[in-house]
Design a protein around this ligand. Structure first.
Ligand code: SAM
Length: 290
């Protein structure tokens, strides 16, 4: 029985055996600490009936640990140099499917119909490539896939923004975008030393649990997200000024103030102080008024 892939020695041996050099541009920082991986899997509530979608298996460190627990693991990997390596490192598992594709281009919904049973709980578990963390999560959330949770290693500062509450520095349009679809929680902070090579930034594991219903009713989702973005365009500015800038000359200051007051929101407040419900009420009134 071989050691887990996630040890410094075994990872170095695998990379050397295959003459592989990591590409920083693809966010290739491999985990070399098996305890961290087991913690992630535990936080994700993976059990023997679970289906798992992994993004970026790398040389298979997390994939291997997932395969020990889950029923099916489907992993998307963009770098074709990793395929011979994965064929080697994961050869003992026949319930792992590796797909050679950019996750941002993938038809995940069709893949799920092919590889998972209709009532099987499916979770996303990944150590994400940090250069596209937000696009990946937003894509998977907006597609409304039958996925119950996302447990992902990402840059610490981004995790804090996704899990933030109002009146904090980290709270912004990304917070609202993520929390519209999920309950977000930072479940672990992870030191740089567990990666090979170590990244330049600190990392956290974020757990997103899908909401069964959106927490607020909005007339138009795209419009809602645009208004939220507009309210944070210049963080130090009041809502009235940010919205006035957003609508341009077609709408004057008084009209904006009137709408805000109608919604029960003081025009002098900043975006930072608005809860999701207030953003929704505001976007709906703006949508119906202008
Ligand atoms: N799971 C491994 C681990 O934990 O050691 C590797 C994680 S590494 C941080 C990110 C992985 O994502 C790399 O293997 C990289 O090649 C892959 N990747 C980067 N961009 C991708 C994309 N657009 N689609 C799929 N995989 C991608």
């Amino acid at each position: 029985n071989e050691k887990p892939i996630a040890t410094p020695k075994r990872t170095a041996d695998i990379l050397q055996k295959h003459g592989f050099s990591v590409k920083k541009s693809l966010g290739q920082n491999f985990i070399v600490d098996v305890t961290i991986l087991q913690h992630i899997i535990q936080k994700a509530d993976i059990h023997q009936l679970s289906g798992v979608i992994e993004v970026g298996p790398g040389i298979g460190a997390l994939t291997e640990q997932l395969a020990k627990v889950a029923k099916t693991v489907v992993a998307y990997e963009i770098d074709n140099r990793l395929f011979p390596i994965l064929n080697d490192t994961l050869r003992d598992y026949n319930h792992i499917k590796v797909i050679h594709q950019d996750i941002l281009e993938a038809d995940v919904s069709a893949m799920m119909e092919t590889y998972f049973d209709e009532n099987q709980p499916v979770h996303v578990v990944a150590n994400l490539p940090y250069y596209i963390t937000t696009p990946i999560l937003i894509k998977l959330l907006r597609e409304d896939l039958p996925v119950s949770s996302f447990t992902v290693m990402i840059q610490k500062e981004v995790a804090q923004r996704m899990a933030a509450g109002p009146n904090s520095k980290a709270y912004g349009s990304l917070t609202i975008a993520i929390q519209y679809y999920t309950d977000a929680k930072v479940v672990m902070n992870v030191p740089k030393g567990v990666f090979m090579p170590s990244p330049n930034v600190d990392s956290s594991v974020l757990k997103l649990t899908k909401k069964t219903e959106p927490p607020v009713k909005v007339d138009d989702e795209d419009y809602f997200f645009s208004v939220v973005q507009a309210c944070f365009a210049q963080r130090r500015k009041t809502l009235r000024n940010n919205l006035r800038h957003y609508f341009g000359t077609s709408v004057n200051k008084e009209m904006i103030s009137d709408v805000l007051l109608d919604t029960g929101i003081d025009p002098q407040r900043r975006g930072e102080s608005l809860a999701m419900e207030e953003f929704a009420a505001l976007a709906n009134v703006l949508y119906r008024t202008f």
